[in-house]
Write a protein that binds this ligand. Structure first.
Ligand code: GLP
Length: 264
């Protein structure tokens, strides 16, 4: 697990964008796994800039989003499909048909079938090359709340009280926050060939420290990233403030730069 600590949110976002850009340039028809929430907005802004100013080409890129609120239609302003359109897809030359966000309006009796289909679609295109994840206040990735099996697949989940509270800032009132969501499973996420986790701000410091330096536990879904062979955690200084090995991570990043090798 590689941990990179950047000065601030902007630097964190730029570092992540560099990794995404390198991949797109290496493999033009790459498959990206994308996340929502406030954390990746800066990354998406930087990718838009790279497209507009440097000609970064998304025309063959395929994307799969981690999750969607159950019950919200794609044009609902708080749906994750809407979020992706306004924060990224509408500003780059990606084909909308190549962008996949779980459908929050699938009839309940078709959910299982739909989730299997979503997984099949990922397999059909050869799997996810690079998955971007944020981290919820309770350690969730996607919407894999505490207790999600390490082998869990795409499915309908109930949201925890803390998540509903955390995400209520985007809604008019807490009662409007959906109680359910469709999310890729922890097992699905772990199958990505490479994963980057982004976190910024003091509010994330404690959960980030637990996820990176604590034991692997299904009570903190992000901790299972410790099992993956190619994970990069990119933090700003505030989110890194409770890490015990901070100096070591900084030293390792510097060493990487010097010798030009990734020290996973
Ligand atoms: C939601 C999303 C997660 C995201 C988390 C953190 O719950 N399902 O994918 O990581 O929010 O959000 P934020 O980045 O706004 O802190």
């Amino acid at each position: 697990m590689r941990v990179i600590i950047k000065k601030n949110y902007e630097e964190m976002s730029k570092e992540a964008a560099k990794i995404v850009k390198d991949l797109i340039q290496k493999k033009e028809n790459c498959v990206l796994g994308l996340a929502t929430g406030s954390t990746p907005v800066g990354l998406y802004k930087e990718l838009i800039r790279m497209h507009k100013e440097e000609g970064l080409d998304f025309s063959k890129v395929i994307t799969f989003n981690l999750d969607e609120y159950y019950g919200l239609s794609p044009d609902h302003p708080q749906s994750y499909r809407y979020f992706m359109d306004i924060n990224l897809f509408n500003h780059i030359n990606i084909k909308k048909d190549n962008t996949n966000v779980p459908d929050g309006k699938v009839p309940i009796e078709k959910i299982e079938q739909y989730c299997e289909w979503y997984e099949d679609m990922i397999k059909k295109v050869g799997g996810i090359d690079l998955q971007v994840v944020g981290i919820g206040g309770d350690g969730h990735i996607g919407f894999n709340e505490p207790g999600s099996s390490l082998n869990s697949r795409t499915r309908l989940v109930a949201l925890d009280e803390q998540t509903i509270k955390d995400n209520s800032r985007f809604f008019d009132k807490i009662e409007d926050v959906p109680r359910f969501a469709i999310t890729m499973g922890v097992g699905t996420i772990l199958e990505a060939k490479e994963i980057i986790l982004l976190a910024n701000g003091e509010k994330k410091a404690e959960i980030v420290a637990k996820a990176i330096e604590g034991p692997i536990t299904s009570q903190i879904s992000a901790s299972v990233l410790q099992l993956h062979p190619k994970v990069t955690i990119i933090l700003d200084e505030e989110a890194a403030s409770k890490l015990k090995r901070k100096e070591y991570y900084k030293f390792a990043s510097e060493a990487e730069k010097k010798i030009g090798l990734r020290l996973f």
